[in-house]
Design a protein around this ligand. Structure first.
Ligand SMILES: Cc1cc2nc3c(=O)[nH]c(=O)nc-3n(C[C@H](O)[C@H](O)[C@H](O)COP(=O)(O)OP(=O)(O)OC[C@H]3O[C@@H](n4cnc5c(N)ncnc54)[C@H](O)[C@@H]3O)c2cc1C
Length: 537
């Protein structure tokens, strides 16, 4: 059985940063990732990453903006950590090679994103995530950290209440292997594939959330899902950075008349306004990018993708846009050091809820969160692993998972398909747990999710091979999404108020006396149970 001090699951920005930090803290480290690290969601970020870099900014101002976007649900320790450490991390990224744009004086240039009070996002044209990920991957390789890529983690190992490793299926070998570890870091990304359409990469299926949930760890604020207001959506989606709005782009109706003023609105408010405008009968809402100076050199990726996917020229044509599911604010319950309620198990990045984002994330904070908390959590996991005793895993997790996978591939076909179930789930989530929600819609969603779960349970994968059997891992991913949908609908129905990204038309007001609290869903006797916990000041 391969053994390491720290096992990082996930090769996006947060996993890479955690692995580098754990190795530099003296731990033996390995990474497991179901796709190659350079093919993760992190590469898709166009806009930038926030840090208080200029003389007009400060950690205090940054904290205030984060709390404003979080609409009462931010835990202050995580906010203080991010605000204090963001600038150092961005400067480190620049020193190790990220080609950030510079201003006329040669300093790191900053662009405004969303409702921040100052220009705060360091950026590399509209390829920021791509650049950050490549540079992190280069640093990761320099540390000579073993990377088990195309290994799909199927379960975590828990021994005496302590997490001691993980079980994974190697796509290439078809082998199921147990990996022992003194500490495990989940950096598995989000769950936006719950929705159709969505902006996220295909593997964003909430696997890490379900791995933790199955060990009894709570999932916090799942009802808080951010919709991005400027997405072209047809067969494929193209996210056009919100930075275009602060550089002059405007929302227009079918006749080309201006529709709404985006200034000062949080992303949640903007998504709600665009959603409303799209339903007012004035035809599709479009983004007119022509007023942006140097449009194609500042936003080259958007220009190219809109041309290829929509056949439109952004220098001439307004682009139809709509709010599209983008990122969850909720996730695996952790403290600001990434510790979960299970000793030895940590979580970081988009899969985690450490209290930073509350009910709404400040645009440009996700990459910053990934690197700032990636470093902290990697160091904390390395510290834990040093003090943890020897691991003596027996491989029984691998045989149990082998039997589980064999069960999925044995038996006849029901005529149903995973594609149909996933499509119906995504459309249901979009309709009933989208930008605006109602009690009736949420109740209907719960019922229909239950029916989809039954169809999934009856389904079998015909291919019995384990080698590159994406239908097999796809089955597990879809099962994870359905369980997560069940928990999300429960949390959304429970929160009888409107706050941040959670808009209830039947409870349009914010209700601080009852709901200035986090929702927490835990698995109890095989069913999700909803609880609440106070926001920490
Ligand atoms: C279109 C788009 C635009 C964005 N724009 C911005 C922006 O401008 N600024 C910003 O700050 N943020 C932005 N974001 C958000 C940001 O890119 C991501 O939230 C962030 O990079 C997530 O990083 P992560 O490391 O947590 O997860 P990811 O990058 O999603 O990585 C997850 C990793 O986990 C692995 N994994 C998952 N499940 C398993 C499993 N079962 N077994 C093994 N491995 C597994 C995957 O293979 C992957 O390597 C954007 C996101 C999208 C989709």
């Amino acid at each position: 059985m391969p053994e390491f001090d720290v096992l990082v699951i996930g090769g996006g920005a947060s996993g890479l940063r955690a692995a580098i930090a754990a190795k530099r803290a003296g731990a033996s480290v390995a990474m497991l990732s179901k796709v190659h690290p350079l093919r993760t969601n992190s590469a898709l970020s166009p806009g930038g990453l926030n840090a208080p870099l200029g003389p007009d900014d400060s950690p205090e101002k940054f904290s205030r903006d984060i709390m404003n976007a979080g609409d009462g649900l931010c835990d202050t320790e995580a906010v203080s950590v991010l605000a204090a450490e963001a600038a150092r991390e961005v400067v480190w990224l620049e020193r190790v090679g990220v080609p950030f744009n510079r201003d006329a004086d040669g300093r790191l240039d900053r662009r405004p994103l969303g409702a921040g009070s100052v220009q705060r996002a360091a950026y590399a044209d509209d390829r920021t995530g791509h650049m950050v990920l490549h540079v992190l991957h280069e640093q990761f390789q320099r540390e000579d950290i073993p990377c088990f890529q195309e290994w799909f983690v199927t379960s975590l190992i828990q021994d005496g209440g302590v997490c001691t490793g993980a079980v994974a299926l190697g796509h290439r070998s078809g082998q199921i292997e147990t990996f022992g570890a003194g500490a495990v870091v989940l950096a598995t990304g989000g769950s936006t594939q719950l929705y159709r359409p969505c902006t996220a990469a295909a593997g964003t299926t909430g696997d890490g959330l379900m791995l933790a949930y199955d060990l009894g760890v709570g999932l916090v604020d799942l009802e808080m899902v951010q919709f991005h207001p400027t997405v072209y959506s047809a067969a494929q989606t193209v996210l056009i950075s919100e930075a275009t709005l602060s550089e002059g782009a405007r929302f227009v109706n079918a006749a080309g008349d201006p529709l709404l003023d985006a200034a000062g609105l949080t992303r949640a408010q903007l998504a709600a306004e665009v959603h409303k405008a799209g339903r007012n009968g004035g035809g599709p809402v479009s983004l007119d990018l022509r007023p942006v100076d140097n449009l194609t050199s500042r936003f080259p990726t958007a220009a190219e993708l809109v041309k290829v996917m929509a056949g439109l020229d952004i220098t001439r044509d307004p682009v139809p846009v709509q709010p599209v599911a983008h990122r969850p604010m909720g996730g695996i319950e952790t403290n600001a050091a990434g510790e979960t309620s299970v000793a030895g198990l940590y979580a970081v990045g988009e899969c985690a809820h450490n209290g930073l984002n509350g009910a709404g994330r400040l645009p440009g904070n996700t990459l910053t969160e990934a690197v700032v908390f990636g470093k902290r959590v990697g160091e904390a996991a390395a510290g834990h692993a040093k003090s943890a005793g020897a691991r003596d895993g027996d491989g029984s997790g691998a045989s149990a998972d082998g039997e589980r996978l064999a069960g999925i591939t044995s038996g006849g076909s029901t005529g149903d398909t995973m594609g149909a179930i996933h499509r119906e789930l995504g459309e249901l989530m979009n309709a009933n747990l989208g930008v605006a929600r109602t009690e009736a819609g949420l109740a209907e969603a719960q019922e229909k999710i239950g029916a989809l779960q039954q169809r999934h349970a009856a389904l079998r994968v015909n291919n019995q091979s384990r080698i590159y059997n994406y239908a097999l891992t796809g089955y597990i991913e879809l099962g994870n999404l359905l369980k997560l949908a069940e928990a999300t609908a429960l949390a959304a129905r429970g929160r009888a108020e409107s706050r941040g990204a959670h808009l209830r038309s039947d409870h349009p007001e914010k209700d601080d006396s009852n709901w200035k609290a986090h929702t927490v869903v835990r698995s109890q006797d095989g069913a999700p149970k909803l609880d609440t916990r106070a926001v920490s000041a």
